[in-house]
Structure formats: C-alpha cells, structure tokens
Design a protein around this ligand. Structure first.
Ligand SMILES: Cc1cc2nc3c(=O)[nH]c(=O)nc-3n(C[C@H](O)[C@H](O)[C@H](O)COP(=O)(O)OP(=O)(O)OC[C@H]3O[C@@H](n4cnc5c(N)ncnc54)[C@H](O)[C@@H]3O)c2cc1C
Length: 393
C-alpha cells in the first residue's frame, strides 16, 4: 500500500512520547501520522507512577485516566520505615499504561493527527524534506521522522544516531488481592523499598482495584528476577499472590553519554529512544512528556529554518536534562554501587535525602541543586561523624 498523502512528520511509536509529540504538532496544524506496531490499548510493563512534575507538564486534564492520587511517600529499608511524608498536594498520579497511552493518542487524533496501529516501522529512504518511510503496512511520504519507539529504537539505528547509555532492568506484575484489606493498607501511598534487590529497589504502586508491584536493579548481572519479585511479595505480606499476570521484564535507559546525538536534519528521537530517564528511580515518563514538548518546539522551528533547528535539538534537550541527570547519576552511583555505604547514607540521611527527592519529583527542586546541597551537608562534621560511627558499630 502506498499512501498519496505527504505528512509533515511521521512519528514512530504510540507511547507517551509519541502521543504527546503528535498532540503538540497537530495543535500547530502540522500533518501528522503516528504509527504503532501494536494494537491499542496494550499492556505495558510500567509502574504507571506519574510524578507531580510529570503530570503537571501534560497540557490537558488527565483525571479521566488517573486510578488514584498519592499524597504519601514512604521509603523503607527491608520493610523498616526510614521516612514517610504526606503532602497536601498529590505526589504521584497513578495510571495504567494501556488506558493512559490510548488517552494521549486520542488527544492527538482529536487535534487532527492520524493514528495507524498494527504497523511496524522498517526503514527510511530519501533526503531531508522528502522521505519515504517503509512500514509493515506499506510506504508513507513525510518531510521528517520522529522516533518515539522506545528503548530499542529502530529509528535511531536507521538514522545513524548515537544513543549510548546504561540500563536499569525492571520487572513488574499486577496483583489483584482477593482480600480488600490488602489494597486498603497501601491506598494513598507509594512504597519505595531498598535492600530488597541488589543495586536497586522495589515498589508498590496502588491502583483503583489492584497493586502494581515491581523490582528494578541497576546491576547488569542480576538474572533471577522472579525470585527477587517473589521475595519482595513475601516481605510485603503478599506472598499468596505469587501468580502475577502479566509478568514482563524491561530495560530503562539511564546515564546517557555526553556525546550522544539524538537528532539530524531528517529527524529526532524522543522519550526512552533518546536515552533520558532518572538514574535514581528509573522514572522515564517525565522525560518522555517534557521531551515531547522540547521536540515539538525544535520541529516547529525546523520547518521555519530549512530543518536546521532539528539538528540543534540534540543541544536543546541536553541543555534541559543532561546536567541534572549527571548529578542524579552521581548520587545513584553512591547509593547503588557501594551498597554498604548506600545503606549507611540511607540510615543516617534518609530524611534529608527523601525530602529533597520528593521536592525533585514534585518539580520544586533540581537534581543539580539537591546534589550541591547534599554534598555541603554531608561534608559537615555533624553529618559525617554519624555515618562513620554507624560503619564502626
Ligand atoms: C517495569 C517498569 C516500570 C516503570 N515504571 C515507571 C513509573 O512508575 N514511572 C515512570 O515515570 N516511568 C516508569 N518506567 C519507565 C517508562 O515506562 C518509560 O520511560 C516510558 O514508557 C517511555 O515512554 P516512550 O513513549 O518513550 O516509550 P514506550 O512507552 O516504550 O513506547 C514506545 C512505543 O513504540 C512502539 N514501537 C516500538 N518499535 C516500533 C516500531 N518498529 N514500529 C512501530 N511502533 C514501534 C511500541 O510498541 C511502544 O508502544 C518503568 C519502566 C519499566 C520497564
């Protein structure tokens, strides 16, 4: 099948990055086609925790697809409470990705974007401004292409871009407790559990009628996922729900290299495809959502400047994210690479760390500032002595 329509932008991937980019561009009257290899709605292994900074960055109301708002964040070390804080405003909006992603696509379509599912991107030919995109459902003409096709982006490879980063591996399951009390005891709060998996953490994210539970690690060596998740379920007194459905492990990119290139005159990458996610928590949705906005601005300017601005997108997205993520990466390194030091830091500084981390995910503090403040605090004798003392005891 060959379509006669020539699109301004073809977006590959119907996840949050693709859906929102489509929305922003369609709002500017560009002719947009979003292609998605799967049929929506589809299950996506994801905690579905939209932090405050993430849901605030979405330019329309999403309450129709929010399962629950979370006001309390808890940090625990092997189920021993280290920190708990309740805010007067939601910290996280809980969504299920099947409904959320479809909702974003519907918003893009309502603004005029065309959505074509069950269509896999294969390759691109032609020159900037006059590209032919080959898919499993035929060829399409476009001026430029955007890769929002996730962590193993094919668009990135075909465009010859450079996205090198590290990967966190995470596994997640949906638990539907028969006993309502098992949902009630988690309602309204998120649990971040350290010590349950090497170089990582476990989480319980409560949804309307069930719990999303997962573990993630920054260690490339760990393989026995199911065992880690089962031990975590036991720790949270949920071991009777071991039969999780569905159960999938996935990669989350983090710590993108400084010399990465995520755009050229033919197109650009956004969301996981561009390699940006939080190296402390694995939060990727904020970077997909905010990245879509930055990408849309680069594309709109690109159409006014013979595509020159699309090239410059690499610089603008790094300016927005990279410095902050380098600081977050340094903290993650301290906490996860040296587990004993990490535990000591958590034991002594949990309050400081968690309060500031909360401010970051609420969009009220940057990692760069947090890192500077923490270094200054932790180097003060009154703070460093307890860490040394704990390590000797
Ligand atoms: C277990 C787990 C839990 C997580 N929990 C959270 C969380 O609670 N909060 C948070 O902020 N982040 C979380 N993340 C990270 C988050 O899921 C990602 O950062 C987010 O999905 C990135 O969105 P995206 O649109 O870039 O990519 P994706 O959501 O991966 O979407 C990419 C889309 O492209 C499609 N696609 C791929 N290849 C092609 C192709 N060749 N042709 C056509 N379509 C294609 C895919 O089918 C998919 O629909 C989690 C990740 C994992 C693995």
């Amino acid at each position: 099948m060959q379509s006669d329509t020539k699109y301004d932008v073809i977006i590959v991937g119907g996840g949050p990055a693709g859906g929102l980019l489509g929305y922003y561009l369609a709002c500017r009257n560009l002719k947009i086609l979003i292609i998605e290899k799967k049929h929506l709605p589809r299950y996506k292994a994801c905690g579905g925790g939209l932090t405050r900074r993430a849901f605030k960055a979405i330019p329309f109301d999403i309450s129709d697809v929010v399962e629950d708002y979370t006001y309390t964040a808890k940090m625990l070390l092997m189920d021993r409470p280290l920190f708990s804080k309740t805010l007067d405003r939601p910290i996280i909006a809980m969504v299920m990705r099947d409904r959320f992603d479809q909702f974003l696509i519907e918003k893009a379509v309502s603004m005029g974007a065309v959505f074509q599912e069950n269509t896999s991107f294969r390759t691109i030919s032609g020159k900037t401004g006059d590209l032919t995109v080959t898919t499993s459902k035929g060829k399409f003409k476009t001026q430029i292409i955007a890769g929002a096709d996730g962590v193993n982006s094919r668009v990135s490879k075909i465009l010859g871009l450079r996205v090198k980063c590290n990967f966190m591996t995470a596994i997640e399951g949906e638990v539907y407790p028969e006993n309502p009390a098992d949902i009630e005891r988690f309602k309204g709060s998120v649990h971040y559990d350290f010590g349950v998996i090497p170089k990582g953490y476990g989480w319980v994210f409560p949804k309307k009628t069930h719990l999303s539970i997962g573990v993630g690690t920054f260690s490339p060596k760990l393989k026995n996922w199911k065992q880690s998740l089962n031990s975590y379920l036991a720790l949270k007194n949920l071991s009777s729900y071991k039969k999780l459905k569905p159960l999938k492990g996935h990669l989350i990119p983090f710590r993108p290299k400084r010399n990465n290139i995520v755009s050229c005159s033919k197109g650009l990458l956004v969301g996981d495809a561009s390699g940006f996610a939080d190296p402390l928590t694995g939060e990727g949705l904020y970077y997909a959502i905010q990245g879509a906005k930055i990408a849309s601005e680069a594309i709109i300017k690109g159409f006014e400047s013979e595509f020159e601005h699309i090239n410059r997108y690499t610089k603008s997205i790094k300016k927005q994210f990279q410095k902050d993520l380098i600081c977050a990466g340094r903290m993650a390194h301290m906490i996860y690479t040296f587990p004993n030091l990490g535990r000591r830091i958590l034991n002594v500084h949990a309050d400081d760390l968690a309060l500031k981390q909360l401010a970051v995910i609420c969009g009220e503090l940057t990692y760069s500032k947090l890192f500077r403040e923490l270094l200054l605090q932790m180097m003060s004798p009154s703070k460093i002595i307890p860490v040394i003392f704990k390590s000797l005891s």
